[in-house]
Design a protein. Structure first.
Length: 256
Protein backbone atom coordinates (compact mmCIF):
# COMPACT_ATOMS: atom_id res chain seq x y z
CA UNK A 1 0.00 0.00 0.00
CA UNK A 2 1.26 3.53 -0.74
CA UNK A 3 2.54 5.46 2.28
CA UNK A 4 2.39 9.06 1.07
CA UNK A 5 -0.79 8.96 -1.03
CA UNK A 6 -4.05 7.06 -1.29
CA UNK A 7 -5.38 5.52 -4.50
CA UNK A 8 -8.97 4.73 -5.49
CA UNK A 9 -10.02 3.04 -8.72
CA UNK A 10 -13.62 3.00 -9.99
CA UNK A 11 -15.45 3.37 -13.30
CA UNK A 12 -12.20 3.63 -15.33
CA UNK A 13 -11.05 6.55 -13.14
CA UNK A 14 -8.08 6.48 -10.75
CA UNK A 15 -8.07 9.13 -8.00
CA UNK A 16 -4.74 9.83 -6.28
CA UNK A 17 -4.80 11.89 -3.07
CA UNK A 18 -1.57 13.31 -1.65
CA UNK A 19 -1.47 12.37 2.03
CA UNK A 20 1.01 14.71 3.75
CA UNK A 21 -1.46 17.32 5.06
CA UNK A 22 0.76 18.25 8.01
CA UNK A 23 3.19 19.73 5.44
CA UNK A 24 0.58 21.05 3.01
CA UNK A 25 1.40 17.98 0.89
CA UNK A 26 4.93 19.18 0.21
CA UNK A 27 6.70 16.22 -1.35
CA UNK A 28 10.05 14.71 -0.46
CA UNK A 29 12.03 12.26 -2.63
CA UNK A 30 10.42 9.09 -1.18
CA UNK A 31 6.94 10.47 -1.92
CA UNK A 32 7.92 11.44 -5.46
CA UNK A 33 9.38 7.98 -6.06
CA UNK A 34 6.23 6.33 -4.70
CA UNK A 35 3.99 8.50 -6.89
CA UNK A 36 6.14 7.60 -9.88
CA UNK A 37 5.23 3.95 -9.25
CA UNK A 38 1.55 4.86 -8.78
CA UNK A 39 1.42 6.56 -12.17
CA UNK A 40 3.43 3.73 -13.76
CA UNK A 41 0.63 1.46 -12.57
CA UNK A 42 -2.00 3.82 -14.00
CA UNK A 43 -0.27 3.87 -17.39
CA UNK A 44 -0.10 0.07 -17.48
CA UNK A 45 -3.65 -0.63 -16.26
CA UNK A 46 -5.88 -1.11 -19.32
CA UNK A 47 -9.01 -0.62 -17.20
CA UNK A 48 -7.95 2.86 -16.06
CA UNK A 49 -8.66 5.60 -18.62
CA UNK A 50 -8.40 8.87 -16.63
CA UNK A 51 -6.53 9.92 -13.47
CA UNK A 52 -7.33 12.66 -10.96
CA UNK A 53 -4.70 13.99 -8.54
CA UNK A 54 -5.67 16.06 -5.51
CA UNK A 55 -4.48 16.76 -1.96
CA UNK A 56 -5.66 16.01 1.56
CA UNK A 57 -6.36 18.97 3.83
CA UNK A 58 -5.75 22.65 3.08
CA UNK A 59 -3.13 22.20 0.38
CA UNK A 60 -2.90 20.64 -3.04
CA UNK A 61 0.89 20.69 -2.71
CA UNK A 62 3.31 23.25 -1.35
CA UNK A 63 5.95 21.78 -3.65
CA UNK A 64 9.36 20.58 -2.54
CA UNK A 65 9.66 19.63 1.14
CA UNK A 66 12.58 21.89 2.05
CA UNK A 67 12.55 20.66 5.64
CA UNK A 68 13.24 17.06 4.64
CA UNK A 69 16.92 17.48 3.82
CA UNK A 70 17.48 19.75 6.83
CA UNK A 71 16.10 16.96 9.01
CA UNK A 72 18.67 14.54 7.60
CA UNK A 73 16.53 12.92 4.94
CA UNK A 74 18.32 10.98 2.23
CA UNK A 75 17.98 11.82 -1.44
CA UNK A 76 16.25 9.20 -3.59
CA UNK A 77 16.30 9.24 -7.42
CA UNK A 78 13.01 10.61 -8.79
CA UNK A 79 13.33 10.36 -12.57
CA UNK A 80 9.61 11.06 -13.13
CA UNK A 81 9.75 14.36 -11.20
CA UNK A 82 7.36 15.86 -8.65
CA UNK A 83 4.45 13.49 -7.96
CA UNK A 84 5.83 11.20 -10.65
CA UNK A 85 4.47 13.59 -13.28
CA UNK A 86 6.57 16.70 -13.96
CA UNK A 87 9.32 14.79 -15.83
CA UNK A 88 7.00 12.19 -17.37
CA UNK A 89 6.58 12.80 -21.09
CA UNK A 90 5.08 9.48 -22.19
CA UNK A 91 1.72 9.58 -20.38
CA UNK A 92 -0.84 8.97 -23.12
CA UNK A 93 -3.85 8.94 -20.77
CA UNK A 94 -5.39 12.20 -19.51
CA UNK A 95 -4.63 13.41 -15.98
CA UNK A 96 -6.76 16.00 -14.15
CA UNK A 97 -5.48 18.17 -11.30
CA UNK A 98 -8.21 18.85 -8.73
CA UNK A 99 -6.55 21.75 -6.89
CA UNK A 100 -8.07 22.04 -3.43
CA UNK A 101 -5.82 24.72 -1.95
CA UNK A 102 -2.25 25.96 -2.08
CA UNK A 103 -0.37 24.93 -5.24
CA UNK A 104 3.03 26.56 -4.86
CA UNK A 105 6.32 25.94 -6.64
CA UNK A 106 6.56 22.23 -7.36
CA UNK A 107 2.89 21.89 -6.44
CA UNK A 108 1.92 24.28 -9.22
CA UNK A 109 4.32 22.43 -11.51
CA UNK A 110 2.43 19.20 -10.78
CA UNK A 111 -0.83 20.87 -11.80
CA UNK A 112 0.75 22.31 -14.96
CA UNK A 113 1.95 18.81 -15.90
CA UNK A 114 -1.68 17.65 -15.88
CA UNK A 115 -3.96 18.05 -18.90
CA UNK A 116 -6.80 19.84 -17.09
CA UNK A 117 -6.89 21.93 -13.91
CA UNK A 118 -10.13 22.11 -11.93
CA UNK A 119 -9.73 24.50 -9.01
CA UNK A 120 -11.51 25.11 -5.75
CA UNK A 121 -12.35 28.75 -5.14
CA UNK A 122 -9.81 28.49 -2.30
CA UNK A 123 -6.94 27.47 -4.58
CA UNK A 124 -3.83 29.64 -4.81
CA UNK A 125 -1.09 29.28 -7.43
CA UNK A 126 2.47 30.61 -7.52
CA UNK A 127 6.03 29.98 -8.66
CA UNK A 128 7.78 31.72 -5.74
CA UNK A 129 11.21 30.11 -6.19
CA UNK A 130 13.05 33.39 -7.00
CA UNK A 131 12.07 34.71 -3.56
CA UNK A 132 14.33 32.06 -2.00
CA UNK A 133 17.08 32.20 -4.62
CA UNK A 134 15.81 29.28 -6.71
CA UNK A 135 13.99 28.81 -10.03
CA UNK A 136 11.00 26.69 -11.10
CA UNK A 137 13.04 24.10 -12.99
CA UNK A 138 10.59 21.19 -12.75
CA UNK A 139 8.68 22.42 -15.79
CA UNK A 140 7.13 25.61 -14.46
CA UNK A 141 9.35 27.90 -16.54
CA UNK A 142 8.68 25.74 -19.60
CA UNK A 143 5.03 24.78 -19.32
CA UNK A 144 3.45 28.00 -18.06
CA UNK A 145 4.57 30.19 -21.04
CA UNK A 146 3.40 27.47 -23.44
CA UNK A 147 0.00 27.35 -21.77
CA UNK A 148 -0.76 31.06 -21.27
CA UNK A 149 1.84 32.97 -23.31
CA UNK A 150 5.15 34.53 -22.31
CA UNK A 151 3.91 37.91 -21.02
CA UNK A 152 1.23 36.44 -18.74
CA UNK A 153 3.62 33.75 -17.52
CA UNK A 154 6.43 36.20 -16.80
CA UNK A 155 3.98 38.32 -14.84
CA UNK A 156 3.80 35.42 -12.40
CA UNK A 157 7.36 34.09 -12.72
CA UNK A 158 9.24 37.38 -12.25
CA UNK A 159 7.21 38.42 -9.23
CA UNK A 160 6.51 35.08 -7.54
CA UNK A 161 3.08 36.50 -6.70
CA UNK A 162 0.08 34.47 -5.59
CA UNK A 163 -2.69 34.01 -8.16
CA UNK A 164 -6.25 33.11 -7.19
CA UNK A 165 -8.28 30.40 -8.89
CA UNK A 166 -10.43 33.03 -10.59
CA UNK A 167 -7.39 34.84 -11.99
CA UNK A 168 -5.90 31.50 -13.02
CA UNK A 169 -9.01 30.85 -15.10
CA UNK A 170 -8.77 34.34 -16.58
CA UNK A 171 -5.10 33.80 -17.43
CA UNK A 172 -5.98 30.50 -19.06
CA UNK A 173 -4.33 27.73 -17.03
CA UNK A 174 -7.46 26.81 -15.00
CA UNK A 175 -10.33 25.08 -16.82
CA UNK A 176 -13.03 25.56 -14.18
CA UNK A 177 -13.41 27.14 -10.74
CA UNK A 178 -15.96 25.58 -8.39
CA UNK A 179 -17.08 25.99 -4.77
CA UNK A 180 -14.62 24.23 -2.48
CA UNK A 181 -17.02 21.51 -1.38
CA UNK A 182 -17.89 20.70 -5.01
CA UNK A 183 -14.31 20.13 -6.19
CA UNK A 184 -14.21 16.33 -6.19
CA UNK A 185 -17.63 16.09 -7.82
CA UNK A 186 -16.53 18.53 -10.52
CA UNK A 187 -13.30 16.64 -11.23
CA UNK A 188 -15.23 13.37 -11.47
CA UNK A 189 -17.71 15.04 -13.82
CA UNK A 190 -14.89 16.04 -16.18
CA UNK A 191 -13.37 12.54 -15.92
CA UNK A 192 -16.73 10.89 -16.62
CA UNK A 193 -17.22 13.04 -19.72
CA UNK A 194 -13.80 11.92 -20.97
CA UNK A 195 -14.75 8.29 -20.28
CA UNK A 196 -17.78 8.66 -22.54
CA UNK A 197 -15.33 8.98 -25.44
CA UNK A 198 -13.29 6.18 -26.97
CA UNK A 199 -10.10 5.77 -24.90
CA UNK A 200 -7.79 5.40 -27.90
CA UNK A 201 -9.39 8.44 -29.55
CA UNK A 202 -8.68 10.44 -26.39
CA UNK A 203 -5.06 9.25 -26.29
CA UNK A 204 -4.52 9.99 -29.98
CA UNK A 205 -6.04 13.45 -29.55
CA UNK A 206 -3.81 14.25 -26.57
CA UNK A 207 -0.74 12.94 -28.39
CA UNK A 208 -1.36 14.98 -31.53
CA UNK A 209 -2.04 18.18 -29.58
CA UNK A 210 1.18 18.04 -27.58
CA UNK A 211 3.38 16.90 -30.43
CA UNK A 212 1.91 19.52 -32.76
CA UNK A 213 2.85 22.28 -30.32
CA UNK A 214 6.53 21.34 -30.64
CA UNK A 215 6.55 21.20 -34.45
CA UNK A 216 7.68 24.00 -36.72
CA UNK A 217 4.48 24.60 -38.65
CA UNK A 218 0.79 23.73 -38.88
CA UNK A 219 1.39 21.99 -42.20
CA UNK A 220 4.16 19.84 -40.72
CA UNK A 221 1.98 18.83 -37.77
CA UNK A 222 -0.94 17.87 -40.03
CA UNK A 223 1.24 15.82 -42.40
CA UNK A 224 3.08 13.99 -39.61
CA UNK A 225 2.44 10.32 -38.91
CA UNK A 226 1.41 9.47 -35.35
CA UNK A 227 1.58 5.98 -33.88
CA UNK A 228 -1.33 6.85 -31.58
CA UNK A 229 -3.56 7.65 -34.56
CA UNK A 230 -2.57 4.37 -36.20
CA UNK A 231 -3.46 2.51 -33.00
CA UNK A 232 -6.83 4.26 -32.91
CA UNK A 233 -7.58 3.50 -36.57
CA UNK A 234 -6.80 -0.21 -36.19
CA UNK A 235 -8.76 -0.71 -32.96
CA UNK A 236 -12.04 -2.49 -32.29
CA UNK A 237 -13.41 0.81 -30.94
CA UNK A 238 -12.82 2.41 -34.35
CA UNK A 239 -15.48 0.00 -35.67
CA UNK A 240 -17.70 0.13 -32.59
CA UNK A 241 -18.14 3.93 -32.61
CA UNK A 242 -19.79 4.32 -36.04
CA UNK A 243 -21.73 1.07 -35.52
CA UNK A 244 -23.20 2.30 -32.23
CA UNK A 245 -24.06 5.65 -33.82
CA UNK A 246 -25.89 3.93 -36.70
CA UNK A 247 -27.73 1.67 -34.27
CA UNK A 248 -28.67 4.62 -32.04
CA UNK A 249 -27.14 3.11 -28.91
CA UNK A 250 -24.39 3.94 -26.46
CA UNK A 251 -21.01 2.58 -27.63
CA UNK A 252 -19.35 -0.20 -25.66
CA UNK A 253 -15.75 0.98 -25.58
CA UNK A 254 -13.05 -1.62 -25.02
CA UNK A 255 -10.00 0.61 -25.12
CA UNK A 256 -8.41 -1.54 -27.78
Amino acid sequence: MPEFCSVEKANHIMTVTLERPDRLNALHPPANAELGEVFDDFAADDDMWVAIITGRGRGFSAGNDLRYQAEGGKRVPTPKGFAGLTSRFDMSKPVIAAVNGVAMGGGFEIALACDLIIASEKALFALPEPKVGLAALAGGLNRLPRQIGAKRALGMILTGRHVSAAEGQQLGFVNEVVPHDDLQEAALRWAAQICECAPLSIRASKDVVYKSLSMGSLEESMKAQYDSVKAMATSADFIEGPKAFAEKRKPNWQGR
